[in-house]
Design a protein around this ligand. Structure first.
Ligand SMILES: Cc1cc2nc3c(=O)[nH]c(=O)nc-3n(C[C@H](O)[C@H](O)[C@H](O)COP(=O)(O)OP(=O)(O)OC[C@H]3O[C@@H](n4cnc5c(N)ncnc54)[C@H](O)[C@@H]3O)c2cc1C
Ligand SMILES: *[C@@H]1O[C@H](CO)[C@@H](O)[C@H](O)[C@H]1NC(C)=O
Ligand SMILES: *[C@@H]1O[C@H](CO)[C@@H](O)[C@H](O)[C@H]1NC(C)=O
Ligand SMILES: *[C@@H]1O[C@H](CO)[C@@H](O)[C@H](O)[C@H]1NC(C)=O
Ligand SMILES: *[C@@H]1O[C@H](CO)[C@@H](O)[C@H](O)[C@H]1NC(C)=O
Length: 528
């Protein structure tokens, strides 16, 4: 089911010379900004790809399904030169133009971050340059276009027996999209986020310049762009570190009823020398007797039996881990897994194991996407909240949030697993808490429109309650995939690194043309 404008209340505002049509259904907002001069000025550009001006509504959709800001034009670039030409054109229009430019990856943002109200959206998936190419050798790597999906990066690398080291849980996301955030999953404790596994980028800056950057060359731009929320440049290609790919993974889930044992075991595992290759965890709250079917639909494979364990009205914590192996090493692998499991304090009857191919494991969420789509449950509002919580406060957080604020976890999975700061490069733009170990706590709620739309409102209210609690309790929480609406909030988010972030903006995108959907900087426009 999808929210369509016919369900929306229509309001019309006049703001300056722009006509804004604001259409809203609860928190779903569609904003149409029309500027008759846009098409004629852009039509003068000579491009290998093309602009479309008529139906821009697809480019105004995202996974969050709550915000829809229509752009005036959508660029389908064929080359990096197309992207450079478009940005340069807007840059040269200077302060007389209010045009902005947003790169759109796979549109899996949650609150309109890849949208450009009245501006230009660049559909990065159209960019087929450079062709994805694997370089084998002692330190193998791959060059991929910024609009490439991670699943395609994986398939190409696997042809050479290789694979990237660090992942997201879901692979139908783009290289440029996740590198603009961080890219995190159960491998981060060992390899760091995806932004720690990139050697070099090619970027189109806010002035339309095409620049190569790396730790050696244009390092300030390189680190700025990584986790930079699209503020300093459009990533047109990335050089990604690879490693030999295992053929198989042992996939294990165990349950805990005691939060302290659960987190102590997780922390022990991420700091151990010999350990698993992937470590995550999630929370199942069954106070209302309704338990989280969504997670089971997310993982229809064997390990899902863990969620069929009778939780009997309790809160349970599921530790999920994998060990990579090749079929001829399966005895050694089983021994190592046995040793590791013997150190853990899970409920003994809750050990769930299976063996799947590496590809099947990494692409696990896609299976659920297909299933949810077939039930009309994919393109629904997703009021997600992703938080980084310092280790020293995770118990206070859990006690209040799982013990009191959330009645159950039936709206979607709640992920919870620790990460080690040492694997994050503090020169990047990514923002994390100032503690050696911190937790990702991800509330991945789904709000299918019910008769009274209550579920979206309720989920948003719960998110607010969680954030309010953190503020009152003085928990130095940082949002991942952050969403703020005022500059004050953004300054607080960046804390001591705000000055660097703002300085980089002034250097690489001085007119604030790029990625307006993050709502960090506003393009200055001379009023006429
Ligand atoms: C089902 C699902 C599971 C997910 N799981 C994880 C997870 O496990 N770990 C994790 O880290 N994240 C996860 N994410 C979040 C994901 O990282 C974000 O959605 C992110 O925005 C990437 O999506 P995208 O490629 O579609 O980018 P978009 O949403 O299209 O873009 C994201 C932002 O980056 C900008 N941008 C896009 N492309 C470029 C580019 N080439 N250059 C510069 N800026 C660009 C956009 O303007 C926008 O501001 C998940 C999302 C979904 C929907
Ligand atoms: C940028 O890097 C690419 C890929 O390594 C290379 O082909 C290109 O020549 C470089 N461009 C500049 C200007 O150095
Ligand atoms: C975090 O990583 C550093 C460096 O690898 C290590 O020394 C430290 O023990 C780790 N801390 C924890 C709590 O895992
Ligand atoms: C949730 O708790 C109820 C009892 O309150 C129980 O009947 C049900 O089986 C539990 N569900 C799961 C999946 O554990
Ligand atoms: C960044 O990390 C390096 C070492 O990893 C450290 O020496 C430096 O002080 C850190 N800088 C900041 C600003 O925290």
């Amino acid at each position: 089911m999808e929210l369509s404008p016919s369900h929306c209340r229509r309001q019309q505002h006049n703001i300056g010379f722009l006509k804004l049509f604001v259409v809203s259904v609860l928190s779903c907002v569609t904003l149409h900004v029309s500027d008759p001069d846009v098409p004629s000025s852009l039509k003068t550009l000579s491009l290998e790809g093309h602009f479309s001006f008529h139906d821009t509504s697809d480019a105004a959709k995202d996974f969050g399904n709550r915000f829809r800001f229509l752009s005036s034009a959508v660029l389908h670039p064929k080359s990096v030169a197309d992207i450079s030409a478009a940005v340069k054109h807007v840059f040269r229009m200077g302060l007389s133009s209010k045009l902005t430019v947003a790169a759109r990856g796979h549109g899996h943002s949650l609150q309109g971050q890849a949208q450009a109200p009245g501006g230009i959206v660049i559909q990065m998936e159209s960019l087929r340059e450079p062709e994805t190419r694997v370089h084998v050798g002692d330190s193998p790597y791959l060059d991929a276009s910024g609009g490439e999906l991670w699943i395609d990066v994986l398939l190409e690398s696997l042809k050479h027996g290789l694979a990237p080291k660090s992942w997201t849980d879901y692979l139908h996301l783009t290289v440029g999209g996740t590198l603009s955030n961080a890219g995190i999953s159960g491998q981060v404790f060992r390899h760091g986020p995806q932004i720690s596994n990139v050697h070099q980028l090619q970027v189109v800056t806010g002035e339309g310049e095409i620049v190569n950057c790396s730790a050696e060359e244009n390092a300030d731009l390189f680190y700025g762009v990584l986790g930079g929320l699209g503020q300093f440049g459009i990533i047109t290609s990335a050089r990604i570190a690879l490693e030999p790919a295992p053929k198989m993974v042992k996939w294990i889930r165990v349950l805990y009823s005691d939060f302290t044992s659960f987190t102590e075991d997780q922390e022990m595992l991420i700091s151990a020398e010999k350990t698993f290759d992937y470590i995550e965890g999630f929370v199942m709250i069954n106070r209302t007797g309704l338990l989280n079917n969504w997670r089971s639909s997310f993982n229809p494979q064997d390990p899902v039996q863990a969620s069929q364990f009778n939780s009997d009205g309790r809160i349970l914590f599921c530790l999920e881990m994998t060990k990579n192996f090749n079929p001829d090493e399966s005895d050694v692998m089983n021994q190592e897994v046995g040793t590791l499991l013997s150190k853990l304090r899970y409920i003994p009857s809750t050990l769930f194991r299976s063996e799947v191919s590496y590809l099947e494991f990494l692409d696990r969420v896609h299976v659920s996407e297909v299933k949810l789509r077939s039930q009309g449950l994919w393109e629904v509002p997703h009021p997600w909240l992703n938080l980084f919580i310092p280790r020293t406060r995770i118990h206070d957080f859990a006690k209040e949030v799982f013990g009191k604020i959330l009645p159950d976890s039936s709206n979607g999975p709640i992920l919870l697993y620790p990460l080690n700061k040492s694997k994050w490069d503090n020169r990047t733009s990514a923002v994390i808490p100032d503690e050696e170990v911190f937790y990702l706590v991800a509330f991945l709620s789904s709000a299918p429109p019910s008769s009274d739309h209550a579920s979206l409102e309720l989920a948003l209210k719960q998110n607010d309650k969680i954030l309010d609690f953190c503020e009152k309790a003085g928990i130095q929480v940082k949002q991942y995939l952050p969403h703020y609406t005022t500059k004050e909030e953004w300054k607080a988010h960046f804390g001591a690194s705000w000055e660097i972030f703002a300085r980089r903006k002034a250097i690489y995108d001085p007119l604030a043309i790029l990625t307006p959907g993050q709502r960090i900087f506003q393009k200055a426009v001379l009023s006429s």
